[in-house]
Design a binder for this molecule. Structure first.
Ligand SMILES: [Zn+2]
Ligand SMILES: [Zn+2]
Length: 263
């Protein structure tokens, strides 16, 4: 498995060893990440293959691996997802592929398996600089400049060049998992810039994670502060801080994009 995926898996396995409210979620996410890392490696090491950017045309490169991936994830999945996996598998390869191409055209964070498979594929596109095609996604300021995906999370890497506006903050794409710089005080959902409309909420249980909420559109995402915890892996720490999602939901905020464990 390539380094970037290996680090994610390792972080999830480490965090799942802690006995917290999110242990079982993080343990499940570790299984998902391992399956995604295996798919990534297959794509990255496929001899002579270069993606076209159109998932439908690129399916032959993914096809042979998909049933095994759905199966591996299903074994660790909560019951509702395991049922969905069985339905996909019983429908044969066709059903998985139809779900994938539908997701590619019109993404939804409720389509767990499609999103889990598309992430390493879209990541491969980003890495090879092949633009995604055939996707019906809005192009907006707060969307991934590469693929148009919504942000999964926000992260801080330190001040960097303080002369740059918003230095240090970036958003990570929920689809291709690349990140891009983003201004510090602005809602990534509606673009609100008024400071009194933007709230940041901490819990002592997660010193390096905060809920970044907007009172104009009532949406939120979580921010991972790598200056507070350098060993954090944003995608994984975002999942491990699940109690903050419960808090946000109880306070009437809607997440911009659900993560792969459905929170
Ligand atoms: Zn993207
Ligand atoms: Zn907003």
């Amino acid at each position: 498995m390539r380094e970037i995926w290996r680090r994610r898996v390792q972080r999830a396995e480490d965090l799942s060893a802690d006995n917290t409210a999110s242990t079982s979620l993080v343990a499940f996410y570790a299984v998902v990440l391992r399956a995604q890392g295996d798919l990534d490696e297959r794509l990255a090491t496929r001899t002579g293959w270069r993606p076209s950017g159109d998932l439908g045309s690129d399916l032959p490169a993914l096809r042979s691996y998909l049933p095994a991936m759905v199966h591996a994830v299903a074994e660790a999945a909560p019951e509702s997802l395991a049922t969905e996996a069985r339905m996909l598998l019983e429908g044969g390869g066709d059903r998985v592929e139809r779900a994938l191409t539908a997701f590619w055209r019109a993404p939804s964070d409720r389509q767990f398996f499609a999103k889990a498979i598309v992430q390493p594929y879209a990541g491969r596109l980003a890495e090879t600089g092949v633009a995604p095609v055939g996707r019906d996604v809005p192009r907006a300021d707060a969307r991934c400049p590469f693929c148009g995906g919504p942000p999964q999370l926000s992260m801080f890497r330190g001040a960097g060049d303080a002369a740059l506006e918003g230095a240090g903050r970036s958003l990570q794409c929920a689809t291709c998992l690349t990140s891009w710089p983003f201004r510090r005080v602005v809602c990534p959902h509606c673009g609100e810039e008024a400071e009194h409309k933007l709230g940041y909420f901490h819990s002592p249980a997660f010193d390096h994670v905060r809920v970044e909420a907007c009172d104009t559109c009532r949406h939120y995402l979580k921010g991972i502060d790598l200056t507070r915890l350098g060993t954090a892996v944003p995608l994984v720490d975002e999942v491990a801080s699940a109690p903050l999602d419960v808090w946000a939901d109880e306070h009437g905020y809607v997440k911009i994009e659900l993560n792969l464990v459905g929170l």
